[in-house]
Design a protein around this ligand. Structure first.
Ligand code: ZN
Length: 135
């Protein structure tokens, strides 16, 4: 069996990585028991398939007992528009495995204004027009 993420933050980061590589089976498998049955892999894929993930920034994370929380900002692109998602995620420990329960979207989420000549939001140090504007 694969090594289980030891904290809510590592689970959250592994789920982000799974989205980057379109591993929707992992996304579904790491939902909490109560939520997993409501979501098919196809549903998850449909909701995410036009999204290109660019950057993850974890703002805070903690766990206590069987519950954990992570606040993060993810930057992504859909078609030619750039967005940020600011989410407060909730996690639960089930059979010694951290699982994702749900995320509350924060008010700063949504489309963001970018200029071609600004430094790319992925953190590469390149100008946007030479970096993620091309992906
Ligand atoms: Zn970039």
């Amino acid at each position: 069996m694969a090594v289980e993420p030891p904290t809510p933050e590592t689970l959250m980061r592994s789920r982000y990585s799974a989205y980057v590589v379109n591993n929707y089976e992992y996304i579904q498998a790491t939902y909490s028991n109560s939520n997993r049955t409501n979501l098919s892999v196809t549903d998850i894929q449909k909701a995410a398939e036009n999204t290109k993930w660019l950057r993850l920034t974890v703002l805070s994370a903690f766990d206590m007992g069987n519950e954990g929380e992570v606040e993060f900002i993810a930057h992504y692109k859909v078609n030619n528009d750039f967005y940020q998602m600011h989410e407060h995620s909730f996690f639960v420990l089930e059979q010694n495995s951290w699982r994702y329960v749900k995320g509350d979207m924060q008010h700063k989420s949504g489309k963001i204004k970018v200029s071609r000549n600004q430094e790319c939001i992925c953190g590469s140090g390149l100008k946007l027009k030479r970096c993620c504007m091309l992906v």
